[in-house]
Write a protein that binds this ligand. Sequence first.
Ligand SMILES: *Cc1c(COP(=O)(O)O)cnc(C)c1O
Length: 221
Amino acid sequence: MSIQTNLNSIKSQLPEHVTLVAVSKTKPVSDLMEAYQAGQRIFGENKIQEMADKQMQMPKDIEWHMIGHVQTNKVKYMAPFVSLIHGVDRLKLLIEINKQALKHKRIINCLLQIKIASEASKFGLSLEDATALIQSDTFSELKNIKVVGLMGMATFTNDEIQVEQEFNTLKLAFDTLKHFKAPNLKLKTISMGMSGDFKLAIKCGSTMVRIGSSIFGLRNY
Ligand SMILES: *Cc1c(COP(=O)(O)O)cnc(C)c1O
């Protein structure tokens, strides 16, 4: 199956209000260009250096999303161009993103990552921690970032009931946090769902799916 065929098949399964992030990590620029030529403009990467390399080589009307765990000292490499950072899980990281965004006279959109999986390996804030973060004075003073939604990753399991419960947890966190007010807070995006579980995620309220292998094929790490 070609990348174009895969992409069109995925797109035909997405409701209008759901945004597709094509997750192109580990894939060569030629593969990304095939998706670009088929109309895709939003790409997700999980390593900052790899994203920056690809950004330099590709057309400038692409929206680059950082979907991986972010090290504070690497924010500067993506600050000039990144359009959405999905995995923000601490105030210290937001402070650094704000600082780098200011240098480039930008406002960088971010999602707070909420821990919904039972696996110890997945990053993210608890609902309590996220609540405290967005209510803090420090947060409200960050003028060059904007928190526009939440992101979550479900446990890697075949147990659909468990995955559904975890997605519902993220939706509930969204419905709770959206009542809080701050100048740099406007929750509209729920980023959840990957190749194996995006249909369930959409059923549970996802507005943004991050799909890699169903578009580009399996990755060999
Ligand atoms: C790799 C990755 C995806 C895409 O996974 P697929 O199963 O290939 O669709 C989505 N989200 C994150 C955070 C990822 O790291």
